[in-house]
Design a protein around this ligand. Structure first.
Ligand code: ADP
Ligand code: MG
Length: 691
């Protein structure tokens, strides 16, 4: 919806029924101006459209009816803290009693002889009775809370649904007429989309099921189109005719592969071939490698680095965490120093003296391959001839960071690795400009991680199982609950658990602890001890989630598993099952919520990352944080990327046509759309950033 119109930009207080107190409550929902409240879409609906005459009522009916207050309200107080208000209501066919609890003020509101609409559940005792019915005065503007499909809004406790509904109703009659349609006519025609005013009105107060579906489809389309256009504008730089680097060194790559202690899987070989062809062509490579956890993405990336370095270019490998950077650095050294390549590590915690030396080495070209965190993007990092940029676990990085690293070379090839398998259509939105390679095969000999969801009553047995695993020579991860938005609290809870386990439960075993608040050098030491097998049990926060590789670890226990999303649980579980040992994952879940149980069920039934990510999308609602953290796209107001896949495809098609014909969306009929995109565009750029 276009928000350029003046009325839509006025503060909420312009509306009837909104004073400072209510305006403040709305602000808490992020609603400041009239346009905001109009795009505060319902999260659900209740069908109150059935309207009956009193004579037609039956026991158990839930419906609306119209009637005149036939008697004064009688208030009684059968006990402390309870008031009961009764009134009888009639129409020309019959009579019904209405009863409300703890609403003594009704006495002053419901006046005998006045006509109202009601909605509630009807029961038949001796006479018909309706408990706590919703009621509203009949006036010119039509019913809001009865006799129709009623919207139910996301709210904070203090704003009641009735208030939100009436404010939105007022907003629509005040400013609804000034909403301009931002979709060019040909798009509306081609995709058979409803008009914007009709859609906005029907998304809030649907005239019928069909009207609602039409309205929703149009708004979903618009939202996805804007998102798609915004992403496409950020990513696709104007078609460059200048060509990229042509790499060689096929022979060196082959020798490197043959020197490995294992044979690459067919999937790895296929993907490596795709990469090599890209690198050898003069086109700039922009490729995404998707592969489930443990599918062996790293070695493919390393082979690409060999190709770059042996062709005389530098390679950069950027990863999201220091733990992962350190791990990749040490395995790269092991693999590549024998080939005479010079590897360095640069993170935020690299000491000043080392950093100076490394920066020097990067700028002279003495360093062939640099592994690091987003420290690599800093201005002071200057390459001699950067030829290949690899980002691992891309969903943690923003588009902007990827681009920033790329700018440090002259059209270097780009490779993006992600372990969050996502459905292809979705990949197209998130990585619209990338070619996609998929490693869809695990190295041979891997056994399925056996997964169990248990409640706290099993704690003793789980601890015995940990003991048994350690006795067999395996190692164990215990992941502490996720604490929303506070690394500090998370660190405390992990520390407490580690202390308790180290001093009581497992005082005879070696227990380690790693969390995000530790100094990088401490983290490093802890990880080294775990990798070397010195530590039996590693208690950690989710810092362990990304990419850590300790094949001897065969058991993962996750505390309060219900607090994690499905993709995150899958990532965590991917830390085990990295060797031939039978591995296990135990999920502690005491939550009775349906959603939590559904997630646990998915985890116990499948280990396929693609299935899990589809389920993950399905189980999320549109208002969910889909994206901001996990995939880096802004929160959607109405679209659901799983359920609206069909609309998404159409929006993608439309976006492609638009961009092809009018890249900057400057044509008169595209101007409003262009404006909406640039409003969203700044949002996208801010949200798509590191965590
Ligand atoms: P991910 O895809 O999750 O990043 P990694 O690259 O960390 O997976 O690989 C997981 C483990 O599998 C590593 O220990 C790696 O050495 C090993 N590995 C990779 N490819 C193969 C293969 N073809 N055969 C056997 N082991 C492999
Ligand atoms: Mg990895």
């Amino acid at each position: 919806m276009h928000e350029g119109s003046e009325l839509l930009k006025k503060p909420l207080r312009y509306l009837k029924g909104v004073g400072e107190a209510r305006a403040a409550l709305f602000r808490r929902l992020g609603i400041h101006v009239i346009g905001d409240v109009i795009s505060h879409y319902p999260r659900d609906y209740e069908d109150r459209s059935r309207l009956k005459k009193l004579v037609e009522l039956q026991d158990g009916d839930q419906c609306s009816f119209e009637g005149i207050i036939a008697s004064g309200v009688v208030v009684s107080r059968p006990r402390r803290g309870l008031t009961v208000s009764r009134v009888s209501i009639r129409d020309d066919t019959g009579l019904i009693n209405a009863v409300w609890f703890n609403k003594p003020y009704l006495k002053d509101q419901l006046k005998p002889g006045e006509r109202y609409l009601f909605f509630g559940k009807v029961t038949k005792r001796r006479t018909f009775e309706v408990l706590n019915p919703v009621y509203e005065r009949i006036d010119g503007s039509g019913p809001v809370n009865t006799c129709r499909i009623i919207p139910i809004y996301p709210s904070t406790g203090k704003l009641t649904q009735n208030v939100i509904r009436s404010v939105i109703r007022n907003a629509l009659s005040y400013a609804g007429g000034s909403i301009e349609d931002i979709l060019p006519g040909w798009i509306r025609e081609r995709y058979d989309l409803a008009d914007v005013r009709y859609s906005v009105s029907n998304i809030h107060f649907p005239e019928s099921d069909e009207a609602f579906l039409k309205a929703r489809e149009r708004l979903v389309f618009e939202e996805l189109l804007i998102l798609q256009l915004a992403l496409m504008t950020v990513r696709t730089a104007p078609e460059s005719t200048e060509s990229g680097i042509v790499f060689g060194a096929r022979e060196e790559v082959r020798r490197f592969i043959e020197g490995l202690p294992f044979r690459l899987t067919n999937a790895q070989l296929r993907v490596l071939e795709e990469i090599e062809q890209d690198m050898e062509s003069s086109k700039v490579m922009n490729r995404l490698v998707q592969g489930d956890v443990g599918s062996g993405k790293t070695i493919v990336a390393v082979a690409a680095l060999v190709k770059a370095a042996k062709s005389g270019y530098q390679g950069a490998f950027m990863v999201p965490t220091e733990i992962l950077a350190a791990q990749h650095y040490s395995s790269l050294r092991e693999l590549l120093e024998p080939l005479g390549l010079n590897i360095a590590l640069l993170t935020g915690s690299t000491g000043a003296k080392d950093a100076r030396r490394i920066l020097e080495g990067i700028s002279t070209g003495e360093i062939d391959i640099i592994v690091g965190t987003h420290a690599l993007i800093e201005d002071k990092v200057v390459f001699e001839n950067l030829g290949l940029v690899i980002t691992d676990e891309q969903h943690r990085f923003g588009v902007r960071q990827r681009a920033a690293l790329g700018k440090k070379g002259v059209r270097p090839d780009m490779l993006v690795m992600t372990a969050t398998p996502i459905p292809r259509t979705l990949a197209l939105i998130l990585y619209g400009d990338l070619d996609i390679s998929i490693i869809d095969e695990l190295p041979p000999g891997r056994k399925k991680v056996l997964t169990y969801a248990v409640d706290s009553s099993m704690r003793g047995r789980v601890y015995n199982f940990i003991r048994k695993q350690v006795a067999e020579g395996r190692q164990v991860y215990i992941v502490c609950p996720l604490v929303e938005e506070s690394d500090a609290v998370e660190a405390v809870s992990a520390s407490e658990l580690a202390y308790q386990l180290a001093h009581k439960t497992f005082s005879d075993l070696k227990v380690g602890l790693v969390h995000g608040k530790m100094r990088p050098s401490e983290k490093d030491d802890v990880m080294k001890r775990f990798i070397s097998g010195e530590t039996d049990i590693l208690v950690s926060t989710t810092v362990i989630e990304v990419g850590v590789n300790v094949p001897n670890a065969a058991l993962m226990v996750i505390e309060n598993a219900e607090r994690f999303g499905l993709s995150q649980l899958h990532q965590l579980r991917g830390r085990v099952g990295r060797s031939g040992y039978q591995s296990y994952c135990i999920l502690f879940n005491d939550s009775k919520s349906e959603l939590a149980r559904e997630r646990m069920k998915v985890m116990t039934e499948t280990t396929d990352g693609f299935v899990i990510s589809e389920k993950d999308l399905e189980l999320r609602g549109p208002g969910d944080f889909f994206g901001t953290r996990q995939h880096g796209i802004p929160e959607l107001k109405i679209a659901n990327l799983y359920k609206d896949m069909e609309v998404l495809k159409k929006a993608q098609e439309a976006a492609e046509i638009l961009i092809r014909d009018d890249r900057l969306l400057e044509a008169e009929e595209n101007r409003l759309l262009g404006q909406a995109v640039s409003e969203k565009f700044s949002g996208v750029m801010n949200t798509i950033s590191m965590n």
